[in-house]
Design a protein around this ligand. Structure first.
Ligand code: SF4
Length: 273
């Protein structure tokens, strides 16, 4: 089951969202290192790569890395907060990325910026998303459902229509990474998230709506850092990560394969077909 791998830049990010799930570690970042990780993932047989946060576009070499990813994988998925998008870089993204994930966590700039603790971020998204060419790549809007925006989620669905996404992914907040200490401010009950899923399913949306509970995601992810450290979610209610070692170590790959993982959930699988 070596289909999809998530390559995360865990050094740092240009935002500090209080519910972020990334375990930041200030580790070094170089193009050479990232390129070697991509190449290793290709040789191991992965066919889908998700390159994600901390924001990959904060690195000047990301254009070259996306071109290399295009050479290595049939499907390239990029997650970015769009802070560092511009017309020139968008050309590279449009040409080399199949699917781009962009966060929207409020139906208004005021709520989104408050939830993300990021003044003017919503306005930046509005401006920079216009550089993307939706005829060449698919746009996926990502929303993290928390107590802070639960009452606003249906309105978010309405507001993002102007971005012409093909897909809207609503994620139940999962207390992990730097977001773990803030869980009392964000966490939903199982019943609250189930009610949200029901409400979303009752409406017509002009895009695919993907609901992602914690339970549906648990056991499905395999991560590699930009420095090549392989890790998984520590399933079993621990809300943590388990580091497996370097992706360049054959034993580590065998270890990763021996840990039972669920297949990609059906809703997410259709992203990559
Ligand atoms: S949620 Fe995304 S944008 Fe926010 S700090 Fe984490 S990686 Fe950065």
């Amino acid at each position: 089951m070596l289909d999809r791998i998530n390559m995360n830049f865990v050094s740092r990010c240009n935002l500090r969202c209080p519910f972020c799930y990334i375990p930041f570690d200030s580790s070094p970042v170089t193009f050479s290192m990232c390129e070697q990780v991509l190449t290793r993932c290709k040789h191991l047989g992965f066919s889908i790569i998700t390159i994600g946060g901390g924001d990959p576009m904060r690195y000047d070499f990301i254009d070259d890395l996306l071109i290399r990813a295009r050479e290595c994988f049939p499907f390239v998925h990029l997650d970015t907060n769009l802070l560092r998008m511009n017309a020139q870089r968008a050309e590279v993204v449009n040409a080399n990325v199949n699917l781009i994930g962009i966060p929207v966590d409020g139906s208004t700039a005021a709520l989104h910026n408050l939830v993300r603790n990021a003044p003017n971020h919503f306005e930046t998204i509005e401006q920079n998303i216009s550089f993307l060419d939706s005829s060449r790549l698919s746009i996926k809007i990502n929303t993290v459902a928390t107590t802070q925006n639960l009452a606003d989620i249906l309105s978010i669905g309405e507001s993002i229509k102007i971005f012409h996404p093909t897909r809207w992914s609503v994620y139940e907040y999962w207390p992990l990474g730097i977001g773990l200490p803030n869980q009392s401010n964000f966490i939903l009950s199982v019943d609250q998230y189930a009610a949200l899923e029901r409400d979303l399913s009752k409406r017509y949306w002009p895009f695919i709506v993907e609901t992602n509970s914690v339970k549906s995601r648990d056991g499905t992810y395999l991560f590699v850092t930009q420095a090549g450290q392989l890790y998984i979610l520590d399933s079993g209610g621990n809300n943590g990560y388990l580091t497996l070692g370097s992706i360049f170590d054959d034993d580590v790959v065998a270890t990763a394969m021996s840990i039972p993982r669920k297949p990609l959930r059906t809703q997410a699988e259709s992203r990559y077909s």
